[in-house]
Design a protein around this ligand. Structure first.
Ligand SMILES: Cc1cc2nc3c(=O)[nH]c(=O)nc-3n(C[C@H](O)[C@H](O)[C@H](O)COP(=O)(O)OP(=O)(O)OC[C@H]3O[C@@H](n4cnc5c(N)ncnc54)[C@H](O)[C@@H]3O)c2cc1C
Length: 413
């Protein structure tokens, strides 16, 4: 099978990239070892996070570091041995999180974040899956008045971004979400983001659009990729696929390819879990809600209320566990009348993260026809379509809608 381009990985990033290349007249073979949307893109919190204009940085305040150091927080947990192993990566992340470096990262990410909702809107409309999208924004909820006051005061720092939000006191929050318990004092309602009620379903709908437009999806192991003459070949269940260009969009598994080809890109992993719950009779949750002090998200999903946990630093190969989930669930039950767990075991996802808080989007510096699109960390669902568009523009020689320099793989040598 011969194509213009092979895209390795059918998560939100790979599928979006394939669609944007296809829209520019390229024949594309999308390859994954599983069905589309079964990797990290399967189980996220479903936020198309237009309001996250400042990337998730390493905490710099002594109080925050001390809190996490005790390893009792529900927002972040770590396996001490794994933390030692990734110490150089963490140091780099810490260094990139200085106020000056963070400002650079935020500026670099802004054009992608700004276009995230409109780029999704276009694909959603074409794929006919508007039933999976809600346009109600999400709520950042606070348990203590001082924490809420601090969050309100910090809104001034992001005033220049022109984000739409409403500060909610207890009464306004109750009016929006009558099912919330007294443990919550108020919050901030972010109005620009949208939410997805089935993130895997969204990726599958986008992949369905790709196939309906004569795109080829094939099951195959990306590690079979080899460079042959002018192009690239990968083995698939339907036979070998060849193309002059190949895109690595394997999310957390992208290192399987780039390491073999000699690239030393510091792709780290932040784990996260999810579990679904029923709600007690008559109770409801209309908005996705972030419990800001406890560090988890509650999202109304097709399957039930999805609780997604914060960050876990532990071996990506270690099995899913309930340590962080149990803690978060205890907090969640204080604010919402959750019923029974719906999944037999928690889902585990691996956020693919670069220490400078920017993805890698663009050409591989030392291989002709090799392209990268991975490392979208906490916001891959948000950034899938917009990153796919940018890479497709670069690959087809169009003028990119944003300066691609901040995302180049060459920044790592
Ligand atoms: C708990 C949690 C909550 C999150 N919440 C949000 C959120 O609310 N909003 C947001 O924007 N982002 C969120 N994220 C982040 C987001 O989910 C990821 O950034 C995004 O899914 C990454 O997409 P991807 O396509 O790069 O990777 P993936 O979805 O992992 O896709 C990679 C694909 O590669 C395939 N693959 C791997 N190895 C091979 C191989 N050897 N051969 C062939 N195929 C292979 C996999 O099967 C997979 O389909 C969250 C993440 C987690 C873990």
């Amino acid at each position: 099978m011969s194509f213009d381009i092979i895209v390795l990985g059918a998560g939100i990033i790979g599928v979006s990239t394939a669609l944007h290349l296809q829209a520019r007249g390229r024949s594309v073979c999308l390859v994954d070892k599983a069905e589309p949307g079964e990797g990290t893109s399967f189980g996220n919190a479903g936020l198309i996070e237009r309001s996250s204009v400042i990337p998730y940085s390493f905490p710099r305040q002594v109080s925050a570091v001390a809190k996490y150091a005790l390893n009792r927080s529900s927002a972040m947990r770590y396996d001490p041995l794994y933390l030692l192993k990734i110490a150089p990566w963490l140091f780099r992340y810490w260094r990139e999180s200085s106020p000056e470096r963070l400002a650079i990262a935020a500026k670099a990410m802004l054009p992608l974040v700004e276009a995230s909702v409109t780029e999704h809107d276009a694909l959603v409309q074409q794929a006919g899956c508007a039933d999976l999208i809600r346009g109600r924004g999400w709520i950042e909820a606070y348990r203590s008045q001082p924490a809420l006051d601090k969050a309100i005061a910090e809104l001034a720092d992001i005033e220049s971004y022109g984000l739409r939000f409403e500060v909610l006191d207890r009464a306004k929050l109750r009016a929006l979400e009558p099912g919330l318990g007294d443990a919550v004092q108020g919050g901030i309602h972010w109005l620009d983001p949208k939410t997805v009620t089935d993130p895997a379903g969204l990726v599958k709908a986008y992949a369905g659009l790709f196939e309906a437009r004569q795109g080829k999806f094939a099951k195959g192991d990306a590690t079979s990729l080899r460079q042959e003459g002018e192009g690239w070949t990968v083995e698939t269940a339907d036979g070998p696929a060849t193309a002059k260009n190949v895109v690595v969009a394997l999310g957390p598994q992208s290192s399987l390819i780039f390491r073999k080809l000699g690239y030393r890109i510091p792709l780290g992993i932040k784990r996260g879990h999810h579990m679904h719950y029923t709600m007690e009779e008559g109770a409801d949750l209309g908005h996705s809600l972030v419990d800001a002090e406890a560090g988890y998200v509650l999202s109304p999903m097709t399957r039930g209320i999805r609780l997604t946990t914060g960050i876990e630093f532990a071996s990506p190969a270690a099995p899913a566990n309930t340590i962080q989930l149990d803690k978060a669930e205890r907090f969640a039950r204080q604010i919402l009348p959750l019923g029974a767990r719906l999944d037999k075991k928690p889902w585990l996802g691996l956020r693919p993260c670069l220490p400078d808080m920017r993805p890698v989007i663009g050409a591989a510096p030392r291989h002709s026809g090799l392209w990268f699109n991975f490392g979208h960390a906490h916001h891959g669902l948000t950034l899938g379509p917009v990153s796919g568009r940018l890479l497709a523009e670069l690959m087809t020689g169009e003028k990119p809608f944003v300066d691609p320099a901040p995302y180049t793989a060459a920044r790592f040598g």
